[in-house]
Design a protein around this ligand. Structure first.
Ligand SMILES: NC(=O)c1ccc[n+]([C@@H]2O[C@H](COP(=O)([O-])OP(=O)(O)OC[C@H]3O[C@@H](n4cnc5c(N)ncnc54)[C@H](O)[C@@H]3O)[C@@H](O)[C@H]2O)c1
Ligand SMILES: N[C@H](CO)Cc1c[nH]c[nH+]1
Ligand SMILES: [Zn+2]
Length: 433
């Protein structure tokens, strides 16, 4: 049973803070192991990657077999049923259409001094996509990472995926193929991240690395940051549902479990205006847990990190939601749009009872790589912009330099940076000759 909380009770604030600050991830001391692996890959390149892959994934590779060939990809893709392929292609088309709308505009204007100013956007040249191995690999996450990169205009997209004991989900390769991934390597862990960041004889380095992974992958991404860009470090999944009593308790129960099943430390919270409905949802979760295949994972996270909070009105629900800043927020209320307008901090909002969060995980269009652990207060889901950077542009005419140059001279002097000031002065003198 998860914790039941009444938001009007005197003890609520303390209990709510405990919920917000629940430590939901073990952080084993992996950093020194990862530092050694990265140093090894930098020193020995391909051979280090091959040795570490033999150790952790139990497969023997050579520099020639690190990369999965086009023929191997075609053979794997041929195993996929037409129905699975159609579903993946529908998802890809919708994700591509959504992300194409995120492409930003360049800008240029001339101000009152005659200076022309602006900026222009360009894609990173090469991106690396980490895809977790074994059961943890999601074809949908391949689409969610690779498609924004391709829409941004990334020229080269290299994917790494470990194949423990040689096993790989063919749908992962199909997703890579559909989304335009250029190279796929059968490696994982910190050694794969290091190879992408620093390069080896076989793997050319990339400029940005994205994608989820275990603690070793996360530690490696943190360590290579600066040499390359990285996306966010995704924590365990979260869902917050705000629901009135006019919902089917079983639907809400399943939505709560949909994120609980991702991880033993996932968090599923229901805020409701109807106490009896909250109890009905808890019962429905228990019933579903008895029958669900993956109940062994969904059960502990629901029990340990789940909560059902009753509120007197939706205004308080909105305030609590902003404090939780959830990764996913479902609004199953009569007027979800008005409630949504009152909420600022959430990674993704799903409006109305016909929009289960799982639609967003696969086929809605928006990205499912989202900020967790309350980081929706200051960050956003993965987007096309994560694969782009902005270059600013400035063009001075003589008149513009005459108008604003003297201020630059003064500021340079105040910072004791003589050459800065003189580079302006020399030009102004020429203008005054
Ligand atoms: N969308 C998402 O947010 C999402 C999707 C899928 C998976 N995940 C997460 O990704 C993770 C998948 O984990 P995984 O381990 O199955 O796959 P993984 O690909 O993340 O890690 C496998 C690699 O970890 C390395 N490794 C394992 N034990 C090691 C050790 N003792 N020392 C050094 N390196 C070691 C090995 O190199 C191995 O190849 C889970 O934490 C899961 O929650 C998140
Ligand atoms: N809900 C996950 C992110 O929290 C993403 C995912 C992939 N597959 C299914 N769900
Ligand atoms: Zn999910």
């Amino acid at each position: 049973m998860p914790v039941f909380l009444d938001a009007t009770a005197p003890e609520f604030e303390a209990a709510f803070n405990t919920l917000l600050n629940a430590k939901r991830e073990d952080s084993p001391d992996v950093d020194s192991v990862v530092a050694d692996i990265i140093a090894d890959v930098r020193a020995r390149g391909d051979q280090a990657v091959i040795d570490l892959t033999a150790k952790f994934d139990r497969i023997t590779l050579t520099p020639q077999t690190l990369r999965i060939t086009a023929d191997e990809i075609a053979a794997a893709v041929a195993q996929v049923s037409p129905e699975d392929r159609d579903a993946l292609e529908l998802a890809a088309a919708r994700i591509r259409a959504y992300h194409t709308r995120q492409l930003p505009d360049d800008a240029e204007w001339t101000d009152e001094t005659g200076a022309t100013l602006g900026w222009r956007w360009s894609a990173v040249s090469a991106a690396g996509l980490y895809v977790p191995g074994g059961l943890a690999s999601y074809p949908s996450s391949v689409l969610m990472n690779a498609i924004p990169a391709k829409v941004a205009g990334v020229q080269r997209l290299a994917m790494v995926v470990p194949t423990p004991d040689g096993i790989l989900n063919p749908l992962v390769l199909l997703a890579a193929h559909i989304s335009g991934v250029d190279e796929v390597y059968r490696i994982g862990g910190a050694q794969a991240v290091a190879a992408l960041a620093y390069g080896t004889d076989t793997i050319a380095p990339v400029d940005k690395i994205t994608g989820p992974g275990n603690a070793f992958v996360a530690a490696a991404k943190r360590r290579v940051f600066g040499k390359v860009g990285i996306d966010m470090i995704a924590g365990p999944s979260e869902i917050l549902i705000v629901a009135d009593g006019d919902n089917d308790p079983d639907w809400i129960a399943l939505d709560l479990l949909s994120q609980a099943e991702h991880d033993e430390s996932a968090q599923s919270i229901l805020i409701t205006t109807d106490e009896a409905f909250g109890k009905a949802v808890a019962d429905a979760v228990d019933k579903r847990l008895e029958s669900l295949q993956r109940a062994h994972i969904a059960g502990p996270s629901w029990r340990d990190y789940g909560a059902i909070i009753t509120v007197p009105d939706l205004d308080l629900a909105a305030k609590l939601t902003d404090r939780i800043a959830p990764e996913h927020l479902e609004l199953c209320v009569a007027d979800p749009h008005s409630l949504s307008a009152k909420i600022t901090h959430a990674g993704a909002i799903f409006l109305g009872q016909w929009t289960p969060e799982a639609i967003g995980d696969y086929v809605g269009g928006p990205n499912h790589v989202l900020p967790t652990a309350r980081s929706a207060r200051f960050s956003s889901g993965l987007s096309v912009l994560d694969f782009m950077k902005r270059t600013t542009l400035a063009h001075m005419t003589p008149a513009a330099l005459r108008a604003i140059g003297p201020a630059a001279e003064r500021l340079a002097r105040s910072e004791s940076l003589e050459a800065h000031g003189l580079s302006v002065t020399a030009r102004l003198r020429k203008l005054n000759d």
